[in-house]
Design a protein. Structure first.
Lengths: 133, 133
DNA sequence: ACATATATATGATTATAACATATATAGAAA
DNA sequence: TTTCTATATATGTTATAATCATATATATGT
């Protein structure tokens, strides 16, 4: 049996599996880092604003940051000052900024595709009653 | 080196990797089959309207159809009449229709997330000049 | 006879997310 | 002072899905 999406209402269990937005975490991280250079743990907190439940999986966040750094879109340095364990502070590079622009263009075209789908959905099914589960 | 997205203009090679819309082929197949029961090969042709280049990979299309059938969202039967090789004709079931509704709700919420991103992008970067590659 | 269009299917590889843990620092509470 | 929690980063493992490659077969056009 396939996994369910859960969506907004935890009681409603639909089967659409439309939960994942592939790679979407990447532009979110870049944009957040452009707004304010910071570290992974705080980024997780901010990711909630972009719809990532609980800020997303730590593994996903930290690995994405490392990969972005490998590829030159962000840079990092250790911050040992202050309380608690050391933080790895990230900031966006110039190519990172370019990447945000690229992503934004792409996200706009994704919106267009999704809206095309909804348009067509409404034309053929939108006004019909739904079978409640 | 990471893969590039290609986007609209084949000459423009951006690095956003935002090409895939995970699982999006599923609601498209279901909606097309609701509009008109048909077979995989023709579905590939129609998928172009939803932004799938060349109608998407045949492997992806046929495997998705089989999986949807396994799960009871579509049914199929062989069509041996007519010219050319036999076609497997698919149509949507009632639970398949429900699934389209679920997907649509989800797609709407994905649009909202993407638009939230773009809004925030415009606030912090939208008016600035882009470094052309 | 050979190429092409139609039609379905499957094997193998790669990319990504999800799930599970491990490690370490520091403050608060008991 | 022991224990709990929050902070902070990291990695191993598995599951899922897209991509790439290829195989098979029917029919038509040249």
């Amino acid at each position: 049996m396939q996994k369910m999406c859960g969506q907004d209402n935890p009681k409603h269990q639909c089967h659409c599996q439309g939960t994942r937005m592939e790679r979407f975490i990447q532009p979110c991280l870049l944009l957040l880092l452009h707004e304010k250079p910071t570290h992974g743990y705080e980024l997780m907190e901010s990711l909630k604003e972009f719809g990532f439940e609980d800020g997303g999986d730590p593994g996903l966040v930290y690995r994405n940051l490392r990969k972005l750094e490998e590829e030159g879109f962000v840079t990092s340095e250790w911050e040992t000052e202050g309380t608690g364990p050391a933080k790895r502070l990230y900031s966006v590079t110039d190519t990172g900024i370019d990447l945000i622009h690229s992503w934004s263009a792409h996200i706009q075209s994704n919106i267009n595709r999704l809206q095309y789908f909804l348009q067509r959905y409404r034309n053929s099914l939108g006004s019909q009653p739904k079978n409640e589960e």
